[in-house]
Design a protein around this ligand. Structure first.
Ligand code: NAP
Length: 252
């Protein structure tokens, strides 16, 4: 069965790899970008299969979230799976920011990394539950972070936003199970993308790679295959899980 899947933040990095993995499994993808329409179109044009589309908008804006979901539903003819992947990672160390900068970083990070996924989850869950044919299942998969457990000294709002996203996932798993809907998350450690690049290419890069006994960081495909499994093949019974995908760099 071909599923219709909205992947946020799919214009590059992990999201683009998720779009590729899921389309390779035969599904139709709404490739979402925050701003970079051209990059999202290039990702869409590289996907196997037909019927993929592009949607653009700031997930930190609730009205834009509604437009993103409406547009994906219109173009794909519905949504079966939401992958909440879009996120930001902006430094705001407690000993290196003004009070104003601190507040700004917290607001923006929580808006994009937590409230956006919560709003998208509400919109997609209500779409799934309200389908004319009646509730038929569906899946909500979010990309969290190891930082939720391990701490993020230079980006504390990021760590808190991902801890919130994991908790949101668990609450949704319980609330939506009666509708046959799965909710799950993946918690990656460092991944080779634009987001991690400044650290990985800098003087601390080797130390970061050495955090894992495999002596490397994840490729986007490592994370995409985990998300792809949760979004399609994983049994309903794993609902509520947060899968660690960190190369044994942090065990809890
Ligand atoms: P990335 O390369 O920086 O790409 C971020 C994606 O999110 C882009 O498609 C971007 O779209 C979109 N985006 C950013 N801000 C947005 C906004 N306000 N509204 C809508 N879309 C927005 O990031 P990545 O490394 O692939 O990370 C993907 C996810 O994995 C994030 O949730 C991140 O927290 C998580 N993660 C990453 C790592 C890592 O080491 N990379 C580790 C753990 C977890 P535009 O380009 O159009 O702005």
């Amino acid at each position: 069965m071909t599923l219709s899947i909205l992947v946020t933040g799919a214009s590059r990095g992990i999201g683009a790899a998720i779009a590729l993995d899921l389309s390779g499994r035969g599904h139709r993808i709404a490739v979402h970008a925050g701003r970079d329409t051209a990059a999202a179109e290039a990702v869409r044009d590289g996907l196997p299969g037909a019927g993929h589309t592009v949607v653009v908008g700031d997930v930190g804006d609730p009205d834009a979230c509604r437009r993103i979901v409406d547009s994906a539903v219109d173009s794909l003819g519905g949504i079966d799976v939401l992958v909440n992947n879009a996120g930001i990672f902006e430094a705001h160390p407690v000993d290196g920011t003004s009070f104003e900068e601190w507040q700004q970083a917290w607001r923006r990070t929580l808006d994009v990394n937590l409230l956006g996924p919560a709003n998208l989850a509400w919109l997609v869950a209500r779409h799934l539950v309200g389908r004319p044919a009646g509730p038929e299942g569906g899946r909500l998969v979010s990309v969290g972070s190891r930082g939720a457990y391990r701490g993020e000294p230079a980006t504390p709002a990021y760590g808190a936003s991902k801890a919130g996203l994991h908790a949101l996932t668990q609450s949704l798993a319980v609330a939506l199970a009666p509708h046959g809907i799965l909710a799950a998350a993946v918690a990656p450690g460092f991944v080779e993308t634009d987001m991690g690049r400044t650290v990985l290419d800098g003087p601390g890069g080797d130390a970061v790679r050495a955090q894992s006994p495999f002596n490397r960081v994840a490729t986007p495909e490592d994370i995409a295959r985990t998300v792809g499994w949760l979004a399609t093949d994983a049994p309903l019974w794993v609902s509520g899980t947060v899968v660690d995908a960190n190369g044994a760099s942090y065990l809890r």
